[in-house]
Design a protein around this ligand. Structure first.
Ligand code: SF4
Length: 49
């Protein structure tokens, strides 16, 4: 797993602004033809509870 910086600290997998998940899945966001980073999203996100 490469080092993944992630600022989504609300996620259960986030540890010190880094992703600690064993793997992540990233999908298109909205359109099936992303052309900017805003058009992608992390599917593995899980809210902290
Ligand atoms: S699972 Fe996704 S949202 Fe959660 S810390 Fe990792 S990269 Fe960020």
């Amino acid at each position: 797993m490469p080092t993944i910086k992630c600022s989504v600290t609300e996620c259960q997998y986030n540890s010190d602004v880094m992703c600690d998940a064993p793997m992540i899945q990233v999908n298109h966001s909205g359109s099936e033809n992303s052309s900017t980073s805003e058009e992608t999203q992390c599917e593995t996100f899980k809210p902290k509870h």
